[in-house]
Each structure stands twice: as structure tokens, then as C-alpha cells.
Design a protein around this ligand. Structure first.
Ligand SMILES: [Zn+2]
Length: 155
């Protein structure tokens, strides 16, 4: 399938999602033009605030390919990824992102993507969500254990 066909599939998933009670988002992960996984947003239907289309598609693709590293794959998403999904896409090592609607379009229909992007640009002290450092010396032990472990799998 070419790029437009893959995006049309992501868009179709976003429309099906609305009809099925989910959010208006769909995503497809493909490798060499072949669909590896596809998903829509299931936040409200699964009671899972992290169940965005991109995260759902990444979970399916990784499970299907039996790996946490999706290098060589691309994601087609009906809307620009939110910060959580963008982070997940980096962690998954997807090669490239194609999107249709953008964060401003999402903001116009009541989604927080643009707000969260603006929060990230602020210093922690300026953000609406307060952050506080607790017990870093105690938490460091796990990092030292990881660093010294011979059995660790880097990702
Ligand atoms: Zn997202």
C-alpha cells in the first residue's frame, strides 16, 4: 500500500472509532507498505487513559513482531501524536511519522494535546502539574544495580 492508502486506513479507523464509542483517532503501523498493526483510540471503552490509537497500535505491532524495537516500521496516525504517543514512538524506534489532523485541530474539538505540548516547554515549577523530588539517594540503588548488571537488555 502507498502512503495515502495507509493514511486513509488510519482515517477510516478514526471514523469507525467514533461510531463505536471511542475517540476520533486511528493509527496504522506499516513496514515496507504492509500493515503490521492497526488500532483506534479506546480510552473510554477500555477505561484506559493511555489507550490512544498510536499506543494501542505500538502494543499490537510489538506483540505481533515479538520485539520491543519497531525500527524499520512507520506510523500513520489520523492526528498528530500527543506528547505521550510521541514519546512512545521514540521508545518504539519507529522510523517515521505521518499524520493528518494536527494538535490545533485536536484542541478545537476539546483535546488537550496542544496544552500538554505547551506544558512541556515550561520549567517544572511553571507547570500546572506540580512535581516534587523525593528520596533520590534511595532510588539510585536500582540504577546502580542496572549499570552493574551483566544480564540487562538495553532498549
Ligand atoms: Zn496520544
Amino acid at each position: 500500500m502507498d502512503k495515502n492508502e495507509l493514511m486513509r486506513r488510519a482515517i477510516a479507523l478514526s471514523e469507525e472509532s467514533v461510531k463505536n464509542g471511542g475517540g476520533p483517532f486511528g493509527a496504522v503501523i506499516a513496514r515496507n507498505g504492509a500493515i503490521i498493526a492497526e488500532a483506534s483510540n479506546s480510552v473510554t471503552t477500555d477505561h484506559d487513559p493511555t489507550a490512544h490509537a498510536e499506543v494501542n497500535a505500538i502494543r499490537k505491532a510489538a506483540s505481533r513482531l515479538d520485539t520491543f524495537d519497531l525500527s524499520g516500521c512507520e506510523i500513520y496516525t489520523s492526528c498528530e501524536p500527543c506528547p505521550m504517543c510521541l514519546g512512545a514512538i521514540y521508545w518504539a524506534h519507529l522510523d517515521r511519522i505521518y499524520y493528518a489532523n494536527d494538535r490545533k485541530d485536536a484542541a478545537r474539538i476539546g483535546f488537550d494535546d496542544d496544552f500538554i505540548y505547551r506544558e512541556i516547554a515550561l520549567s517544572p515549577a511553571e507547570r500546572h502539574k506540580k512535581m516534587e523530588i523525593l528520596l533520590p539517594q534511595e532510588a539510585r540503588r536500582a540504577f546502580e544495580m542496572w549499570q552493574q548488571s551483566a544480564e540487562k537488555t538495553a532498549y
